[in-house]
Each structure stands twice: as structure tokens, then as C-alpha cells.
Write a protein that binds this ligand. Structure first.
Ligand SMILES: Cc1cc2nc3c(=O)[nH]c(=O)nc-3n(C[C@H](O)[C@H](O)[C@H](O)COP(=O)(O)OP(=O)(O)OC[C@H]3O[C@@H](n4cnc5c(N)ncnc54)[C@H](O)[C@@H]3O)c2cc1C
Length: 823
């Protein structure tokens, strides 16, 4: 064997061991075997061989002898680590500890096991949940008149409120033993999706009590007495809850609330008791104006040591009945013309008993932990579901509108420019539903996915913003002129609300996703941090040693994997499928290895200052997010039985996601100095690998949205498409328009004239005269014309009607009656 062959063989063997993340022992054995071969076959001279054996001994002996390794190598590393990495603050630690790691951990670690993803059960609704969606949920959607709520009443009408209470829409998360519906996270998501397709006011009003708030907090932390008192009343809607954390000086930095509660004696119901004197000023609180019970977050102090030794107990959550003496409540904010109830709450020297604290006195100071724990669940359900539902309905209605509306003698959806926006709508809607499906499945399996919930919240609300813009652009003036006939305008106006609440999006992208993801999903970082600050030095050193050497092996492995994938493409990567989705699995694996390596390089180079390097954190977070979004799309395709007709949606969603993933990697590498350039040379030696969806693919997706078919039906699955609603009406008109298109062609042919596709009622007369259509077909043409005009026309108002916002109800009822007559 020549020297060159031995070197190549050694590199291959050791590289393969590192690639497969073999243990240190196996790696040592591999090295010894290769050295043994070199010695046995006398590949080198004696001096070279001796040098090689000495180098191997110097490196491998201390590494394999735990005692030596810890004292000679680990101790100095630990000392340096402590200098670079500051200890986490209590609030950071609470946020990190609050959630669990699930599929996000797998995709962060560079080598996702796709079988694990496929083995996650597909989401299912129980018979009861399905009945709720088909019954009360459909009914409330039909009852809701968004124009009346947004323009005339600045509220939902009383019959809608009553129906919501009676059918326990506010009690989806409350356990059955307290009279609630106790729905799965998946079922909650489907309900919210349907409501969001009809009215933002409706979806927000139902979403909030079922998300983070008194109901959720009481179930997890309430005393038995509090649960018995409040939960049954919340379940029937007798009590309407709100939760007040935000104050004028503390929005995103909610941990900095200045609101205080001081333990003292005071008079309550005529008796002197030990309690808390509260001073607070809250704003932006959803449902506050009508809430009967207020969850209030404040910082608790016990300066006189009345309940213990601690003077500053920390953030605490209490429940205050609306009539609490001194609390000012009832005024409203006006969030972007989407008038769900939202307003300020204030209180000066408001005295409450200690047992108003959620969970009682022993939970004093544990409010922050309670909030972040519950937020990790609610954030993955409410806003992502509202966004996905909105996008699904928008994709369908805009596809239909694009076929109904004609300009330049063509349905506008056939223009290439419109196709581009339509394709984005379709692809994003498929992806968004995939994400809500996967995330809620995780919750139903018992996860508290804090990283996934931040990913889902950010990306779904951003994608809704894109979808809303696309739908508005395609509808043109029809989307702009507000009125009972406008099914887009209010949703468009309200889109920034979702961007801002539950962690404003810039903050969520730049700080939260990767900030939590890096620590939670990384296999070694959290362990290193905990070990470095362990109270028992010896135990800390033992744990740190294990973590840090595991970490080094992990980095080496990801380096070798990225190198192999860079130069060898996807040949080395296994995929669980063999059809056209195979390449996507391979690319995701490749990008996952790259992310794992880039993440460690960023942490190594920037250390503790990575926290302040928000652009780096944002791009790493984007990579993790796109890996999650891509996984969700592939999982959905599998779960739904690999429906061939859905492939254009799948291809669009995957290609867009992989392309964005690649661009965020390149943006990070281009902004990371010399190290970035070196990594780029390894990861992208032949340039870019992922292409954005092609024009041809855009065309296919756009066409799917423009006529009824199975893939389109699956895309809109669960949305409110009954003819009693606006979107359902457009669907019906779409069917009529498609049905009359051949009649139009027949008449044009018989008349030897190309008529415009307008005045179809007149065309019907012509067809009858020419004897090429029958009476039934003529009636169909007349109906299609009426529907077409209803869809493309917009409202106009008398000046005084606009001023007062009057007349909406009458208008709605007239329209509904007309539609029912027509049907
Ligand atoms: C309609 C509505 C309903 C709400 N409902 C409730 C409720 O029921 N209960 C409740 O307690 N609160 C509620 N909120 C409050 C909401 O959660 C806060 O508005 C949100 O946390 C943002 O605070 P802010 O508006 O003061 O923005 P700011 O904190 O002033 O932030 C302004 C901008 O700076 C960015 N930013 C801030 N810090 C960073 C950072 N470190 N890195 C990068 N960017 C950063 C933010 O992303 C944002 O873009 C609601 C708000 C609205 C508008």
C-alpha cells in the first residue's frame, strides 16, 4: 500500500466515523487500526511511524483517560467558558425551562430522523369535535355579519354573543369536569381557522379566552377553591376573562412592568385582613372593557416581612373581580377598525386579599414562570390558526374571483402577473395549514413547544400579511371599497394586530426563535450552561466535561457532514421516500447539518455577545424555522395519503421554503467575515442549490385555485363555505360561471361573433333566438350574470349613512334573503 493510499484510506475511515458520530472509544480504535496497518505494512519509515504513534498517544491517551482529561483539558476550558458566558437571569431561565423540545430538536441537530417525523400520529378530530365544527361553528359563522360588527355596532351583535356563550365557544380549553368542552389543541385550531375565515372580530374574541388567560392559568395553578368558583362560570360564559400584563412602559420587555403589589394590612368587606395594595396602569388588554374577571400581573413586594423573609417576591398573577373597589375598567382602544373589545385597566391603591393570587399565597412571585409555561402552548394555537384559516379562505375566494373577474377579455387569473400572486396564496395556504397541523399535534402529544410556538407565531402571521396583500392586490378596488359586500378590507386592516401581539414579530424573529432554540434544541449547550454554574464544583466539572467533549465531537461531525454534502451533493443522504419529494428530504438534511455547524461556529466566535447580534440570531432562527415549515409540509403530504393532485402545492411550498432557507444561510455567511467565507466555500462550493418556484409551477398552482377540484377542496378543508356566507356565495358563482363558459362559446360560435363575457342575460336571449341553448341553459346564464355582478360590484353609501354607520343590518338581511331566493 502506498503512502497516498494509506492517507486517503485513513481520512475516509476517520471521516466516516466522525460523520456517523461514533464515540471517542470507537474513533480511538479506528485510529489505532489505521496506525497498526501502517506499521504492519511498513508504509512509513521507522522515524515517521514513531512520530505518528507519539502524536496519537499525546492526543488520544488524555482524551480517553477521564481523570487526566478533566484536570488537564476540561478545567481550563471551563474557566474560560465561565468568563465568556454570563449566567442566565432568572427570567431567561424561566423562559428556557418552560417549554419542551420535540421535532425542533431533531432538525436543529444536523441529522433529522425522518422516520420519527412519519411516525408522529396524524391529527384527528373526535366525533364530538367534528360535530361542533359542523354544527355550532357553521351556525355562528352564518350569523356573523362582519360589517355590522365593525361599522355599525363596534361590537358583535347580542345574538352572536349569546350563541357563543350558550355553545361554550369560550370553554374549549376548560375541562369537562368543570363544564367545559375540553377540546384537543387540533380541534381548537380547526374552530379558530373557520371563524377567522369569516371575521377577525369573531376569531379574536373566541381566541383570547381559550389562549393564555385566567382559564388556562387557573387549570394549571389555581387552588381548588378558585377552580371550583371560576371554571364553571367561565365555561358557561357567565364570566368573561381578560389578562393584563402590558403597561405603557413595558410592552415587549414585559418582565419590566412597573405595576406593584405591596403586602400590608387593609380593610376588606369591613374586616381588617392581610392583603396586597396594588398600583397599576395597563393598556391594550383584550376583552378588558367587558371582562368580569381580570387576571393581573404585577411585581410583589413584602417590605415588612409580613409573609416571609423575601422582600421582593417577583412577578405575581392575581384574579380580580370586575367590581373590585378602585379598579378603573371599561374604556376602549380602537385597534385598526377591528373593534374586538380591548382597553386599559388602571388602579390606585387597590386592596385585595392574598387569596386572589392565582394558586394562593404559595404562588406569589411565580407569575412569570406561569405565564411563559402557558404561553408556549397558546402561542402555537391561536394566532397561527387564525392566520392559517384566513389564508385558506383568501386562497379560495381569490382563486374564484380571478376566474369570475375578467379584464382584457380574459379571467384576470390567467394573466401571468396575477398567477404569481395566486401561486403564493395557494402555496402559503397549504404550508400554513401543514404547520398548524403539526404544531397542534405536538401539543396534543403533551409537548409544550416553546421554540415551535415562536416559529409558528412569527411565520404564520407574516405569511398571513403576505396572503392578505396578495388577495387585496388581485381584488383591486373590490378589496378597497368598504361595505357589507367587501369581504377583505377589515381583515386587511387588522393584520398588524397579529403581528404585534403575543411577542411583536421583530422581537420574536430576532431574539426569541434562535435565542431559545439555540439553548433548548442544541444537544449540549443547555447542559454546559447548567454544569458551568453547578453549585457542586466536582459534579459541575464532571457534567461539563461530558457535555463539552460531546459538543466537540458534534461540531466535528457537522463539519464533515457539511463538507461531504457540499462537495458530494445529496448522494450521501438517505431519504424516506422515492418519489418527487425525495429531493426535499435530502435538501432539508443537508441544510440541517449546515445549520448545526453554523450555529456552533456563531456561538464559538461570538460567545455571550451573540445575544446582542440580532441579525445573526434572526438568520439562524430563520434557518431553524424553514426546516420546521418544510418538515410540516412533507408530513402533511404523508398524512393525507400522498395525494398526487396536491403536488403543485407541495412543490411550491417546499421550493419556496428551501430557497428562503438557502438565502438566509448565504446572508449569514456573507455577513460573517472570513469565517463566513470559509464556511461558504465548504457548504456551497458550486454555488446555490435551491431554486425558487418556477413560472411553470406558479401557473399550475394558480390554475388549481381557479376551478373546483379535489386539491382545492382539501386546501380549503374546514373553512366556512356555505352559501349563507360571503365566501360560499363566491364559490357558488364560480361554479355557475364555469358552467356557462361552454354555453358562451356555443353562442359566440353560432353568432360568428366574439362577445364580451358580460351581460350574460342578454347573451341568453341571443342563444335562445339562435336556437343553440334551451330555457334551462338560458336561466343558468341569467343566474350567472346576477352572481357575477354581485361579486364584482362594490357598495356605495349616502353621505349620512357613512357618518353614522347605519343601515348595515337591514342591508345584510336584504342581501341574505335575496341570496336565499336565488338559491
Ligand atoms: C390589539 C392588541 C391586543 C393586545 N392584547 C393584550 C392582552 O390581552 N394582554 C396583554 O397583557 N397585552 C396585550 N397586548 C400587548 C402586546 O402583547 C404588546 O403590544 C406587545 O408585547 C408589544 O409591545 P408594544 O406594543 O409596547 O411595542 P414595543 O415593546 O414598544 O416594541 C416596538 C417595536 O420594537 C421591537 N422590539 C422591542 N424590543 C426588541 C428587541 N429586543 N429586539 C428587537 N426588536 C425589539 C418590537 O418587535 C416592536 O416592533 C395587546 C396589544 C395589542 C396591540
Amino acid at each position: 500500500m502506498s503512502v497516498a493510499i494509506w492517507i486517503i484510506a485513513t481520512l475516509l475511515v476517520l471521516g466516516a466515523l466522525i460523520y456517523h458520530r461514533s464515540s471517542l472509544r470507537v474513533f480511538t480504535l479506528g485510529t489505532l487500526v489505521m496506525l497498526g496497518i501502517a506499521t504492519g505494512l511498513s508504509i512509513f519509515g521507522n522515524t515517521t511511524l514513531t512520530v505518528l504513534w507519539i502524536i496519537a498517544a499525546v492526543l488520544l491517551v488524555p482524551l480517553n483517560l477521564g481523570f487526566v482529561r478533566k484536570n488537564v483539558m476540561t478545567k481550563p476550558i471551563l474557566a474560560m467558558y465561565r468568563k465568556i458566558m454570563p449566567e442566565m437571569s432568572a427570567t431567561e431561565k424561566d423562559a428556557i425551562d418552560a417549554g419542551t423540545v420535540w421535532w425542533d430538536g431533531e432538525i436543529f441537530r444536523g441529522s433529522p430522523d425522518w422516520k420519527t417525523l412519519h411516525n408522529i400520529p396524524a391529527p384527528r378530530l373526535s366525533a364530538e369535535e367534528q360535530a361542533f365544527l359542523d354544527g355550532p361553528c357553521e351556525e355562528i359563522c352564518a350569523m356573523m355579519n362582519d360589517w355590522e360588527a365593525t361599522h355599525e355596532l363596534a361590537d358583535m351583535p347580542e345574538d352572536v354573543w349569546q350563541y357563543l356563550r350558550e355553545h361554550k365557544f369560550f370553554a374549549m380549553i376548560i375541562k369537562k369536569e368543570y363544564g367545559g368542552l375540553e377540546f384537543s389543541a387540533y380541534a381548537q385550531s380547526r374552530v379558530l381557522q373557520k371563524l377567522a375565515g369569516v371575521s377577525t372580530v369573531l376569531a379574536s374574541t373566541v381566541g383570547v379566552p381559550n389562549s393564555l388567560g385566567p382559564g388556562e392559568l387557573l387549570q394549571h395553578y389555581g387552588t381548588q377553591q378558585q377552580k371550583d368558583h371560576y371554571l364553571p362560570r367561565l365555561a358557561t360564559g357567565e364570566e368573561i376573562p381578560c389578562f393584563a400584563l402590558t403597561s405603557p412602559e413595558a410592552g415587549s420587555d414585559a418582565g419590566a412592568i412597573p405595576d406593584s403589589g405591596v403586602v400590608c394590612k387593609g380593610e376588606f368587606n369591613g374586616e381588617e385582613i392581610l392583603g396586597i395594595k396594588l398600583n397599576f396602569n395597563k393598556r391594550y388588554i383584550t376583552l378588558a372593557p367587558i371582562a368580569t374577571v381580570v387576571g393581573l400581573a404585577f411585581k410583589m413586594y413584602d417590605p415588612d416581612g409580613l409573609i416571609g423573609d423575601k422582600k421582593e417576591l417577583g412577578i405575581t398573577a392575581a384574579l380580580l373581580p370586575r367590581d373590585t373597589k378602585g379598579m378603573e375598567i371599561g374604556r376602549r382602544h380602537f385597534p385598526l377598525n377591528v373593534p374586538f373589545h380591548n382597553g386599559p385597566i388602571r388602579g390606585n391603591d387597590v386592596f385585595i386579599p392574598l387569596d386572589y393570587i392565582i394558586g394562593g399565597q404559595e404562588m406569589a412571585g411565580k407569575g412569570w414562570r406561569m405565564l411563559v409555561e402557558c404561553l408556549s402552548v397558546g402561542r402555537a394555537i391561536t394566532l397561527p390558526s387564525n392566520s392559517a384559516g384566513g389564508a385558506k379562505s383568501l386562497a379560495l375566494v381569490t382563486g374564484a374571483y380571478s376566474r369570475i373577474r375578467r379584464q382584457f377579455k380574459l379571467p384576470i387569473g390567467k394573466m401571468e402577473g396575477v398567477e404569481e400572486a395566486l401561486a403564493r396564496l395557494g402555496g402559503n395556504a397549504y404550508l400554513m395549514d401543514s404547520v398548524t397541523k403539526l404544531s397542534t399535534t405536538g401539543i396534543d402529544l403533551g409537548e409544550k413547544p416553546s421554540v415551535i410556538s415562536a416559529i409558528a407565531k412569527y411565520h404564520m402571521t407574516e405569511k398571513l400579511r403576505t396572503a392578505m396583500n396578495d388577495a387585496m392586490d388581485i381584488h383591486g378596488g373590490k378589496g378597497i371599497c368598504l361595505g357589507p359586500n367587501n369581504y377583505l378590507g377589515r381583515g386587511y386592516q387588522g393584520t398588524p394586530v397579529a403581528i404585534t401581539v403575543e411577542g411583536a414579530n421583530i422581537l420574536t424573529r430576532n431574539m426569541m426563535i434562535y435565542g431559545q432554540g439555540a439553548i433548548r434544541c442544541h444537544p449540549f449547550v443547555l447542559e454546559e450552561m447548567e454544569a458551568a454554574h453547578h453549585e457542586n464544583g466536582k459534579e459541575g466539572l464532571r457534567r461539563f466535561d461530558k457535555a463539552v467533549f460531546g459538543h466537540i465531537g458534534f461540531v466535528m461531525s457537522n463539519f464533515v457532514r457539511s463538507l461531504c454534502f457540499g462537495f458530494g451533493g445529496s448522494v450521501f443522504i438517505k431519504a424516506p421516500t422515492s418519489d418527487s419529494t425525495k429531493a426535499y428530504y435530502k435538501q432539508l438534511t443537508r441544510f440541517s447539518s449546515n445549520l448545526a455547524l453554523m450555529s456552533d461556529v456563531a456561538m464559538g466566535v461570538l460567545g455571550g455577545s451573540l445575544k446582542r447580534k440580532e441579525r445573526v440570531s434572526a438568520r439562524l432562527g430563520d434557518m431553524l424555522s424553514y426546516l420546521y415549515l418544510g418538515s410540516a409540509v412533507l408530513k402533511r403530504f404523508e398524512d393525507e395519503g400522498r395525494q398526487k393532485e396536491d403536488l403543485p402545492f407541495v412543490h411550491w411550498a417546499m421550493q419556496d421554503t428551501l430557497h428562503k432557507l438557502q438565502e438566509s444561510q448565504l446572508a449569514m455567511l456573507d455577513n460573517f467575515g472570513g469565517v463566513g467565507s470559509m464556511l461558504k466555500a465548504i457548504m456551497y462550493p458550486f454555488g446555490r442549490i435551491a431554486k425558487a418556484p418556477s413560472d411553470k409551477l406558479d401557473h399550475k398552482v394558480a390554475r388549481l385555485l381557479m376551478s373546483p377540484n379535489d386539491a382545492r377542496e382539501r386546501l380549503g378543508e374546514g373553512q366556512f363555505l356555505s352559501e349563507r356566507g360571503q365566501y360560499g356565495y363566491v364559490e357558488k358563482v364560480l361554479r355557475d360561471i364555469i358552467a356557462v363558459e361552454p354555453l358562451y362559446d356555443t353562442i359566440c360560435k353560432a353568432a360568428k361573433q366574439r362577445f364580451t363575457f358580460t351581460q350574460l342575460d342578454q347573451l341568453a336571449k341571443k342563444g335562445l333566438e339562435l336556437g343553440v341553448i334551451n330555457a334551462e341553459e338560458a336561466a343558468l346564464l341569467e343566474r350567472a350574470e346576477e352572481g357575477r355582478l354581485n361579486v364584482i360590484n362594490v357598495d356605495d353609501f349616502a353621505h349620512e349613512d357613512l357618518l353614522a354607520g347605519r343601515g348595515a343590518r337591514e342591508h345584510f338581511e336584504k342581501q341574505l334573503a335575496a341570496k336565499q331566493d336565488a338559491a
